[in-house]
Design a protein around this ligand. Structure first.
Ligand SMILES: [Zn+2]
Length: 62
């Protein structure tokens, strides 16, 4: 699964990037069960959205 930073939308590499995992409440059902939506966000300040080319950042092949 590809992780995308919730703040800058750049890919997060679990092996190389420092990131926090966040849990947001998605919804609950009639029985009171809560469904969670898990996201990640970079620990360091993010670059402005759209300024990072994932291929340049990580050397990934297209
Ligand atoms: Zn980010």
């Amino acid at each position: 699964m590809i992780l995308l930073c919730e703040r800058c939308y750049a890919p997060v590499d679990p092996a190389a990037d420092r990131f926090y995992r966040l849990a947001h409440i998605d919804h609950s059902d009639a029985d009171g069960n809560v469904f969670w939506r898990h996201t990640v966000v970079h620990v360091e300040a993010c670059p402005a959205a759209g300024t990072v080319d994932p291929v340049e950042q990580h050397g990934w092949a297209a």
